[in-house]
Design a protein. Structure first.
Length: 764
C-alpha cells in the first residue's frame, strides 16, 4: 500500500506541472480507459495495474480540486474598474511605510472571488485596519499576476494555494462594524493583541520582530539584515512558528496529558492514556498553528501529527516509513499544491533521513552517536534539494543549529509563550535578552568568509545520482565501500550550466522597470536593476540575484545604471551587496546612495566602448556635455548601450525621450540599426518616434512593463509603429523573462512564461 500511495502523490505532482488542466471529458474518460486496459492487459501483474490506478487517481483528484479553485475567479469585465464590495478583514493586516495589505473575505460577490488581497495606503485620516472589521470598500481589482523568471518565486501559485483569486487596492472605504464575531476573526484578534503586547514590551528593541515571529508567525517584522544572517547560518527554519516548534508543543502537552490521565484509573478505563495524549497533542498543535495564522507550512505539520494520532487510535501504528508515507499522502490530499513548495520537500526529506539513520539498525547507538549520525545525515542529505531551490548551502549550519535548537526551541520559545499568557512582560524581555546574546554568536558565524557555499542550480539527473550516492554513504557501518557514494554527489558541483557560445541577452520580468543581463562566453553585465517593492524587498534580492546565482553567474564584470529612477535603480544596492561587481557605469548624481556600495564608479557618456569575447559594447549616450547642464532631467540623461557581434546586435535605450532619439538618429545614423531593441521608456508616448523606429528597424522589440500598469504602457500608437517595421513584439507582463541567444544560425528567443507555462497562469 505504501508504494501505491507514493504513486498517488506522483500523479498529483504531474498535474501541478501541466500547462493546461485536462478537460472534463478526459476526467471522465481516463477511468474508463483504465478499465479497458485492465481487460486487455490481463497478463500484467495486478500490482502494476493497481499502481497505475493510484497514479491516475492522484492526477484526476488534483485536476478536480484545481478546477474548483480556479472557478472562483474575477470576471474579466471587472478588472481595473471601480467596484463596491462589502466584507470582513480576514487576517491580521501587514504594515509597511506606505500602508497596509490584508486578506479580505468578500460577503457579496457579484463576479468577485470570495477571498482577495487588498492594499490600502495610509491617508490623512490615520485609519488603521484591524481583523474582524466589516467594511464597504471601493476597490480596483486584477487577476493574480506575478513576475515570471527563472529561479524566481511563483507568486501566482502561492496565491492559488491560499485560495486568493484576485488582488487590488482600496480607493475609499466606510467602516460598517467594529467587529464581526466569527471563530476566525476571534483568532486573528487574539493574534493582534499578542503582537501589540510584544511590541509594547520591547519598544525599539532590535529583535522584537523575531520574538513576534516565534510567538505568532509575524515574519514580516523581521528585518532583511536579520534574514540574511539566518540564511547564511542555516537556521531560517527556526525563525518562525516552524514544524519543529509545533511538534515540540504537541509533544509537551501530549506527555503532560499522558501523565495526568494515568492518575485517574476511571479515566483510563474509559479511554486509554495513550489515546488521550494523542488527542491532546493534536489539539495543542492545532491551537499553536492557529496562533501562527494557520499558514500553509504549519498546516502540514498539523496534518502529519493528525495522521500519527489516527494511526494510534486505529491500532495500526507500524513501521516509521509507513507513518511517513501516510502523512505524505494526507498532506497531498488536503493541499495538492504542497508539492510545489520547498518546505514540503525539505520537511519530509529531513524526517526520512532521520528515520533512515535511526531505525532498523542492528546496534543501538548511544545518544551522542545518534545525534552525530543525524547531524551528518541532515548535512549531506539535504544538499541536493537545497541546491535545487536555493543554490546555496550554509557550511556553518551544523554548528549554528547545534546551539540554535536548544536556545530557540527550549528557551526563547517557551519564555515567549509564557509571557504571552501572564499579565507581566518579564518573560518576553528575558526571551529577547537571551536571543540578543545568541545573535552575537550567529553574527560571528555569518561573517566568516566561507560561511556559505553558493553555486548554480544542478541539472535533474545530477540530483538523482546525488540521492543515490547519499543513500549509499548513509548505509550502516560495516557496509563495504560506502565511500563510493561520494562519486554520485560529485556531479552536483562539477556539471556547470552551458555558457553562451557567442552572446546571450536576458530581459528579466521586473514589472514596471528594467533589468537586462548580457552575457558573452566569459563575461557578464547587468543593465539596470529594476524597481524596489518594499523597504525590504526589491528586484535585486527577489529576482536578479536569484537568477544570476541559478544560471551560474558568480561575478558581474560591470553594472550600468541608466539614470536616476527608482524603476531602474531600485535593486542596485542589493545586487552590489550580494555579488562581486567589477565596475559601475551610470549617469547618477555623485551623492546617490548606490555609490558607497560600488568598488569602482564611473560616469556613463557617449564614445566609451570595450570588447569582450569578440563582442563590442558601445555607449551611445548621454554626451559628456549633459552633465554640466543642471536643467537636463534624468530620462534625457539615460545611458544608451549598443551590443554588437558577428551574430547580431542589440540596443538597450533606457528611458530616453524624443529629443534624445532625434539626436541619436542625426549623430549615429545607420549604427542604430539592431536586431533587438529594448524599447525606450517602456513603450510610452514620450519616446519611439517614427524616425527612431525606422532607424533601428528591430526584428525583435521588447517592452519591459508591469501588468496593467497605471501608465498604460505600451501605448497602442507605439505598438503600431513597431508593427509597421515588421518587428516581432515581446512584453514582459505577458511573456515573463525573455532570453535571446545569438549563434551563426540566427537568434533564438525563449519566453519563460510561455515555455514554462502552468495552468494557473491567466491568459494575458
Amino acid at each position: 500500500m505504501r508504494i501505491n500511495l507514493l504513486f498517488f502523490v506522483a500523479g498529483v505532482g504531474l498535474l501541478q506541472n501541466q500547462a493546461v488542466l485536462p478537460s472534463l471529458w478526459w476526467v471522465l474518460a481516463l477511468p474508463l480507459l483504465f478499465v479497458v486496459s485492465m481487460l486487455i492487459a490481463q497478463k500484467l501483474p495486478r500490482e502494476i495495474l493497481l499502481k497505475l490506478l493510484f497514479f491516475i487517481m492522484g492526477f484526476l483528484y488534483a485536476a478536480c480540486i484545481a478546477q474548483i479553485r480556479l472557478s472562483d475567479s474575477l470576471a474579466a469585465e471587472l478588472e481595473g474598474v471601480d467596484i463596491d464590495i462589502t466584507g470582513i478583514v480576514a487576517e491580521l493586516p501587514q504594515s509597511n511605510d506606505k500602508g497596509q495589505y490584508f486578506a479580505f473575505d468578500v460577503e457579496r460577490t457579484h463576479g468577485v472571488p470570495r477571498k482577495i488581497v487588498l492594499s490600502r495606503y495610509f491617508e490623512s485620516d490615520g485609519v488603521v485596519l484591524h481583523p474582524g472589521e466589516r467594511w464597504r470598500f471601493t476597490v480596483r481589482l486584477r487577476q493574480p499576476h506575478g513576475n515570471s523568471n527563472p529561479y524566481g518565486f511563483d507568486y501566482e501559485a502561492s496565491l492559488l494555494e491560499r485560495g486568493i483569486r484576485a488582488t487590488g487596492y482600496v480607493r475609499q472605504g466606510v467602516l460598517l462594524d467594529r467587529f464581526v464575531m466569527k471563530p476566525s476573526t476571534i483568532v486573528e484578534a487574539v493574534r493582534e493583541k499578542l503582537r501589540d503586547k510584544v511590541f509594547a514590551a520591547l519598544p525599539g528593541s532590535p529583535y522584537r520582530g523575531v520574538i513576534a515571529a516565534l510567538l505568532m508567525g509575524e515574519q514580516k517584522a523581521i528585518s532583511q539584515e536579520d534574514w540574511q544572517i539566518f540564511r547564511r547560518t542555516g537556521i531560517i527554519h527556526l525563525m518562525s512558528i516552524s514544524g519543529l516548534h509545533v511538534t515540540m508543543i504537541a509533544g509537551f502537552f501530549s506527555l503532560l496529558a499522558y501523565r495526568l490521565w494515568r492518575l485517574n484509573p476511571g479515566w483510563v478505563v474509559v479511554l486509554p492514556a495513550r489515546k488521550a495524549a494523542a488527542l491532546c497533542g493534536v489539539f495543542s498543535a492545532f491551537c499553536y498553528a492557529l496562533l501562527a495564522g494557520y499558514a500553509v507550512p504549519t498546516q502540514r505539520t498539523v496534518y502529519m501529527l493528525a495522521v500519527v494520532a489516527a494511526l494510534l487510535w486505529s491500532g495500526r501504528m507500524s513501521s516509521p516509513s509507513t507513518l511517513l508515507i501516510w502523512a505524505l499522502f494526507a498532506v497531498t490530499v488536503l493541499d495538492p499544491w504542497a508539492v510545489l513548495s520547498s518546505g514540503f520537500w525539505l520537511s519530509f526529506l529531513a524526517v526520512a533521513l532521520i528515520m533512515y539513520v535511526s531505525t532498523d539498525r542492528i546496534r543501538r547507538a548511544n545518544w551522542l552517536n545518534a545525534w552525530v549520525s543525524i547531524q551528518w545525515a541532515m548535512t549531506i542529505g539535504l544538499i541536493p534539494i537545497l541546491l535545487v531551490f536555493f543554490q546555496q548551502i550554509s557550511l556553518v549550519s551544523p554548528i549554528a543549529n547545534a546551539l540554535a535548537i536548544p536556545v530557540v526551541s527550549f528557551a526563547v520559545v517557551p519564555l515567549t509563550l509564557f509571557g504571552a499568557i501572564v499579565p507581566f512582560d518579564f518573560p518576553i524581555v528575558l526571551a529577547h535578552k537571551i536571543f540578543s546574546i545568541f545573535m552575537r554568536f550567529l553574527i560571528c558565524l555569518s561573517n566568516l568568509p566561507d560561511a556559505v557555499w553558493i553555486q548554480h542550480a544542478p541539472p535533474a539527473w545530477a540530483v538523482f545520482t546525488a540521492f543515490l550516492g547519499i543513500f549509499w554513504i548513509l548505509l550502516p557501518k560495516g557496509f563495504p565501500a560506502r565511500w563510493l557514494g561520494f562519486f554520485g554527489v560529485v556531479p552536483l558541483f562539477l556539471i556547470f550550466p552551458a555558457d553562451p557560445q557567442f552572446l546571450r541577452l536576458t530581459v528579466l520580468d521586473v514589472g514596471q522597470g528594467l533589468a537586462v543581463v548580457v552575457q558573452t562566453r566569459h563575461h557578464a553585465l547587468l543593465f539596470d536593476s529594476g524597481p524596489a517593492f518594499t523597504p525590504q524587498a526589491d528586484s535585486g534580492n527577489r529576482i536578479i540575484y536569484p537568477f544570476l546565482r541559478g544560471v551560474g553567474i558568480m561575478r558581474l564584470d560591470a553594472m550600468i545604471l541608466s539614470h536616476e529612477d527608482g524603476d531602474h535603480t531600485g535593486g542596485a544596492i542589493s545586487v552590489l551587496d550580494s555579488i562581486p561587481v567589477g565596475w559601475l557605469l551610470s549617469s547618477l548624481p555623485k551623492d546617490n546612495p548606490v555609490f558607497p556600495h560600488a568598488k569602482v564608479g564611473m560616469r556613463c557618456q557617449a564614445g566609451e566602448s570595450w570588447v569582450w569575447d569578440d563582442v563590442r559594447f558601445e555607449i551611445l549616450g548621454p554626451p559628456s556635455s549633459s552633465y554640466s547642464n543642471p536643467r537636463i532631467r534624468g530620462n534625457v540623461r539615460s545611458c544608451v548601450l549598443r551590443v554588437s557581434s558577428l551574430q547580431g546586435s542589440a540596443l538597450i535605450a533606457g528611458d530616453i525621450e524624443k529629443g534624445v532619439e532625434r539626436r541619436l538618429v542625426a549623430e549615429v545614423g545607420g549604427r542604430l540599426k539592431s536586431d533587438i531593441l529594448v524599447v525606450p521608456h517602456h513603450g510610452g508616448m514620450s519616446a519611439s518616434t517614427e524616425e527612431f523606429v525606422q532607424a533601428v528597424s528591430p526584428r525583435h522589440a521588447v517592452f519591459s512593463v508591469g501588468y496593467r500598469n497605471r501608465f498604460n504602457h505600451p501605448r497602442p500608437e507605439v505598438l503600431a509603429r513597431y508593427r509597421a517595421v515588421g518587428s516581432r513584439m515581446f512584453r514582459s507582463d505577458r511573456d515573463g523573462a525573455i532570453r535571446f541567444d545569438f549563434d551563426p544560425y540566427g537568434i533564438r528567443e525563449e519566453s519563460w512564461r510561455r515555455e514554462h507555462r502552468r495552468y494557473w497562469y491567466q491568459e494575458k
